[in-house]
Write a protein that binds this ligand. Structure first.
Ligand code: BGC
Length: 436
């Protein structure tokens, strides 16, 4: 194949992403409770120790620095900070202050996610995202974190992948709370939207009251290219459009318009949503094929293409064209800057990961050429970690983690990414080396 050098815009930011529960170990939240229920985690493991990142963050950030990373995205674990309603754990706040300072010391920009799938147990006991007051229960935590860390030049992410929380937790039942109910899913989506609004307005308010320049704030979406199983069947096409709107757009359209759109609401204004989206965080892994002959609401997707490589355990197909499609779609519909907050593949064969990252970055480059404003790319993930319902059976790290010894070993893909970062682009030679 013929390649040419692909340069990214000056100032494009590169790095990696992770989340508290998947890496830290020692968390007590709705997921640690879920992990105790037999059968919920595919390989029977739990995140009790995870990567022990809570104690080894310095070592992990040393590696990120050596690998040239400029940004690190991580989540602050709500259940640590607010173990019971209104009670603050000062030691945990200080822990995260050290984490932030450790990044800054290494010249790595911290990007903080306020909610990455996990809730304190007390929040679950109050009905979790079905509680009409859920957003108000989440707000004090956001305010406290914004207040504590407003001096560190943080880029803020409010909610990570609300529609994954909703779809997998409330519709397909594979994440807590394990429901299979469309009405509950829609209600949870609405309350997560309100929580995003609350988070953004708390941050804005804290910075304003301190006379600080407003930071950049974004929700982070999981996006999937939704395709009809039969492109000539009008029912399949109609279903794909319906799911695309529901999964990829309803929530962000509401956040940007400031209105709780149908079916979550009746278009009513929710004031804290105003000015809540400076940019859109976009996580992309694969496509979803849907068919009118199958029950999407029960988690039934169309057949996989047997020729495509798939993500370990999760069976997501290697589908870089979908990345281009989704970036352009968000850009054209919303005209908001995009930060690519997660992209990667679970695999034990690092050559697949190299090919995955390289071919997805080609698509990012193409989208930028075609006008999309994309500010950065973060690989998921820095190290192998606890992959939710898959346990430890799906390896997403550019750094291998030996879960017996906790030894970290960067994979070839980590060095490939370092070269990309140094070049701020994909050289012809690198593409030849990793794609041919
Ligand atoms: C989540 C991560 C997860 C990754 C791979 C995203 O949905 O934000 O927590 O590990 O995808 O499944």
């Amino acid at each position: 194949m013929k390649f040419r050098d692909l340069r990214f815009p000056a100032g494009f930011l590169w790095g990696s992403a992770a989340a508290a529960h998947q890496t830290e170990g020692g968390n007590h939240n709705n997921w640690s409770e879920w992990e105790k229920i037999p059968g919920k985690i595919k390989d029977g493991t739990n995140a009790d120790i995870a990567c022990d990142h809570y104690n080894r963050y310095e070592e992990d950030f040393d590696l990120a620095q050596e690998l040239g990373h400029q940004v690190h995205r991580f989540s602050v674990e709500w259940s640590r900070i607010e173990p019971s309603p209104g009670k603050w754990d000062e030691q945990e706040i200080e822990h995260y202050r050290r984490v932030i300072k450790a990044l800054i010391k290494r010249d790595i920009q911290p990007m903080i996610t306020l909610h990455h799938f996990t809730n304190p147990v007390w929040f679950s006991e109050k009905g979790s995202w079905l509680n009409p007051d859920a957003a108000d229960l989440f707000a004090p935590f956001c305010r406290r974190i914004a207040d504590e860390f407003s001096d560190y030049g943080i880029i803020w992410n409010t909610i990570n992948e609300p529609m994954v929380v909703v779809t997998i937790g409330y519709l397909w039942g594979d994440f807590p709370p394990g429901l299979h109910d469309f009405g509950s899913a829609i209600k949870a989506a609405k309350h997560l939207l309100m929580a995003h609004g609350q988070a953004a307005s708390q941050i804005r308010d804290v910075y304003e009251s301190k006379g600080l320049e407003q930071p950049k704030i974004a929700p982070v979406l999981s996006t999937s290219y939704i395709m009809p199983e039969n492109p000539n069947n009008s029912n399949d096409i109609e279903l794909a459009e319906y799911i695309d709107n529901l999964y990829n757009h309803l929530w962000i359209k509401s956040a940007i318009s400031g209105r709780i759109l149908e079916p979550m609401g009746e278009g009513d204004i929710y004031p804290t949503l105003e000015n809540s989206v400076d940019f859109i965080g976009v996580n992309y892994y694969s496509r979803m094929v849907v068919s009118s002959e199958r029950d999407f609401m029960a988690g039934e997707l169309g057949p996989k293409d047997p020729c495509r490589v798939r993500c370990q355990g999760l069976e997501w197909e290697f589908y870089p064209d979908g990345y281009y499609h989704q970036i352009m779609d968000y850009w054209k519909k919303y005209r908001k800057h995009i930060f690519l907050t997660e992209n990667g593949i679970g695999t034990s064969d690092d050559r697949i990961r190299q090919r995955y990252i390289m071919s997805h970055l080609q698509k990012v480059h193409q989208a930028i050429q075609d006008g999309a404003k994309v500010d950065g790319y973060l690989v998921w993930s820095l190290t192998d970690n606890f992959e939710w319902a898959q346990g430890f059976s799906s390896h997403f790290g550019i750094i291998e983690c030996d879960f017996e010894t906790m030894k970290r070993t960067p994979r070839e893909s980590a060095f490939m990414l370092r070269e990309i970062i140094q070049e701020n682009g994909l050289t012809k030679e690198a593409q030849e080396k990793y794609l041919d």
